[in-house]
Ligand binder design. Structure first.
Ligand SMILES: Nc1ncnc2c1ncn2[C@@H]1O[C@H](COP(=O)(O)OP(=O)(O)OP(=O)(O)O)[C@@H](O)[C@H]1O
Ligand SMILES: [Mg+2]
Length: 222
């Protein structure tokens, strides 16, 4: 049955947002690395035709050939039209992270199906009016459908009044992860080699990702 959580399929997180460029793939790869570093067996399912996560994974595999100490994060590309079949591939993994394309409104039945299978839906949102206008109704709808979901604020600058305003507006719409991801100019640099900030113990910016991982683990009971 779809959505049945057996030990074989482990836990599942769906990352979904109606807005493009909100940080879905960045969050997906940091969660995959967090899980691997915690000694879990993570698995990435990339439903985006752009295959941003899959390509990152291929670069990571290449890097790991020379530096095998970087944790393994297997990733497979999947099609939203065949979401049921894709879910079968989770077997044997502790945590599956599902990355999706931005145009969720065009794939509502698939997103619904993946949502049912997920223990938690994370909705990254950049702190702008445009993002809040798109994400507010989305998180409200997910919550009304009975899904466990939370917004993750991204590219946040706590010192601005607009950040507080956007955060306030989203809190009224649905659950918001207590830690936000700040604006990090160099976040794309480790990605060139298929890495994340978490792969460098001294990198600036790892603390928010560690906190988000702690939050996520608690939410899904992992
Ligand atoms: N916290 C951040 N600080 C600075 N840049 C960021 C941050 N988060 C994401 N970015 C940058 O924003 C861009 C979009 O991020 P990402 O690819 O994760 O978004 P996405 O939601 O997956 O996009 P798409 O909808 O196209 O799949 C990337 O270039 C990424 O490096
Ligand atoms: Mg993406």
């Amino acid at each position: 049955m779809v959505g049945k959580k057996t030990r074989e399929t482990g836990r599942t997180i769906l990352i979904s947002s109606p807005k493009g460029g909100s940080g879905k793939s960045v969050l997906a790869r940091h969660l995959l690395v967090s899980a691997a570093q915690a000694g879990l067996k993570p698995f990435g399912l990339d439903f985006d035709r752009q295959q941003t996560l899959t390509k990152w994974g291929a670069r990571r595999d290449k890097t790991r050939e020379a530096f095998p100490d970087f944790a393994a994060t297997p990733i497979e590309a999947a099609e939203l039209q065949n979401w049921r079949g894709a879910l079968q591939r989770r077997n044997g993994y502790d945590l599956t992270i599902m990355d999706t394309p931005p145009s969720v409104e065009d794939h509502l039945p698939a997103i619904d199906g993946l949502g049912v299978a997920a223990d938690l839906i994370l909705v990254p949102a950049v702190c702008t009016q445009d993002d809040v206008e798109a994400v507010g109704p989305w998180i409200r709808m997910l919550t009304e459908k009975g899904f466990r979901a939370a917004v993750v604020l991204n590219r946040a600058n706590r010192r601005t009044s607009s950040f507080a305003r956007m955060r306030g507006a989203l809190i009224k719409a649905g659950p918001v992860c207590p830690t936000e991801i700040p604006q990090l100019e160099d976040i794309h640099v480790p990605s060139i080699k298929g890495l994340t900030l978490l792969d460098y113990s001294k990198s600036r910016g790892i603390a928010p990702f560690e906190e988000i991982w702690t939050y996520v683990r608690r939410e899904i009971g992992l």
